[in-house]
Design a protein around this ligand. Sequence first.
Ligand code: HDE
Length: 717
Amino acid sequence: MRTVKALLPWGCLAGLATAACPYTDPAALKERSDEQVPATSNEFLAQFEVDDSKGFLTSDVGGPIEDQDSLKAGIRGSTLLEDFIFRQKIQHFDHERVPERAVHARGAGAHGTFTSYGDFSNLTAASFLSTPGKETPVFVRFSTVAGSRGSADTVRDVHGFATRFYTDEGNFDIVGNNIPVFFIQDAIRFPDLIHAVKPSPDSEIPQAATAHDSAWDFFSSQPSTLHTLFWAMAGFGIPRSYRHMDGFGVHTFRAVTDDGSSKLIKWHWKTKQGKASLVWEEAQALAGKNADFHRQDLFDAIESGNGPSWELNVQVVDEDKALAFGFDLLDPTKFIPEELAPLQPLGIMTLDANPTNYFSETEQIMFQPGHIVRGIDFTEDPLLQGRIFSYLDTQLNRHGGPNFEQLPINRPRTPIHNNNRDGAGQNLIHRNLYPYSPNTLNNGYPAQANQTAGRGFFTAPGRTASGNLVRELSSTFDDHWSQPRLFYNSLTKIEQQFVINAIRFETSQLKSKTVKQNVLTQLNRVSNDIAKRVAAVLGLAAPAPDSRYYNNNVTAGISIFNKTLPSIATLRVGILASTKSASSLREAASLKERLTKDKLVVTVVGETMADGVDQTYSAADATAFDGVIVVAGAEEIFDPKRTSPLYPAGRPGQILLDGYRWGKPVAALGSASTAFNSTGVQSTSGIYTGSEIDGLVQAFEKGLATFKFTDRFRLDS
Ligand code: HDE
């Protein structure tokens, strides 16, 4: 339950202009200061919470009732139409669902705080960036794109990273992704992209996957998709967790100062947990073993007090440099390599509170690229321009009327004074009888705010637009191949192999030979080597190299696997023990104590739920662990000839071997090292043995920071 420091009078919530309410009284408004708005979104939301910890059950209109049996004509008779208790209960239940998001339906969210590093008024007039240490409440929702609301978390997909800042000058949203570019360049093509990617209209197969003809038909007919596709085929499509991915605003936006001068900017969220990714077989197994893996990970990390953090950065470019880098900054299929425009850190965001109610908060939050505040402005990016309409429009479908901004999670911390009235689900009781501007009868209120009055929003004065009306894209958007190649060139060899494996996996599901040929044509424009290696698996002839398209450019900061993690806190370790050996359980307990001190989440696995065992071999699986340790005394159960009715045949060995095959650090304490031989774990990097806990733990923890030992994976050549 959230704690509320000071409850506001109801009139404030209703937006009523009363002297008792510091947020809505026009006189008080003029003097509004930071202290007069609730400090955190949690504090604000707490006012809407319902506490059922005491009291009697009531009807929807407040009368106490009982609701366990319906009202019948005789003890064995029909239920009566008169039974209002039955009708209200069933009717509300029948209407519990709202349409899921058309895209990004599957997601998880959390509350937190953004803290500005400094005064950035030389870049933007945005108030949340105006003072060192200034705190702004945030809510973030992470998501996958293609799957339905109940789909698995670890499918291969672009991931949403949408942030709402509840600033003291209104709500500001960065509705971004974990990949800095997008598939298409003009919003009008979005329905085409989504129709191609979503399941087949007849069978509704496949769920949350792009491994089907229509998706790759679109990708290969619309080469602007290649760049994002390449990121998705790499580790970015299958992150270890939401916490281990970066976020990007994707489009170029404008930062505008109080005096109206503007710069072009790109938003970047840099994870403080480090980037980490699953490997594909592991992700697939996880989708079956724990469909809620990412949701659970975020929730558990926050519950344990280890909420994740991201640093907000911007790349800043002068207005007249939009075409200076050899591509168009209005083209959302391009990113600016960090070498051309360095990242400038602005502040840090930490998520530290889970939603109290998933539906009210995570499901009902309505992000919108059009939620901007003074100091931020759009650009003419035709994808962004369309999004500004779409996100608002789609809420009419989801919430059945225009008052969705009044839902608690969508309300700003600041008072609302608009002249909007009525509509389905109107929550507010407006007292103003003159809801129009200009007026004299309400003394001109609400007053107009702009660049000079009331710290209002204003469009960057330097923006200009002119030209003939055309239904076409600028030729500065024409190059679709050099950045996918730049991206691919900047990966390590093994990451390149993972991209090729992913494309092989996806295209192996294709039935249409024409689509496969078209895919090879496009891949060949990125790299003949890729085209050849994919063609070999598809059993098709590779196209000849087309050197008109190729470059040898590289950029830093792309690879996921070439860096160790800055922190191993909250990573998960499985200790494989045996309930048949009391000494193995003792060793497991000491090991657990030692690892827990380093904030690792430890699960001791045994045959039965004996004392000291957290999970049985019936349920445990390597997908649940970032690293595995076998303790002495448990080695017997890894003998493949040994069977037990207590778990599926070979399960202990399978956990060890899967951990090894999926690149995780694997360790054995003392005599348990024989388990390696019996299960086929080979001696490569990331395999640790030793008979003394401290030494083994130190080495193993270094292995956890390495995260994936990629030398265990095969390269084509
Ligand atoms: Fe979205 N997108 N999108 N998108 N998008 C939605 O909005 C849309 C695009 C993104 O956690 C929808 O409320 C169009 C780019 C995220 O609630 C919808 C276009 C980027 C989320 C919609 C795009 C995104 C959405 C679905 C092309 C990265 C989830 C329901 C012009 C910069 C936000 C809803 C959340 C959600 C439309 C392209 C990110 C239908 C028309 C580019 C993170 O309105």
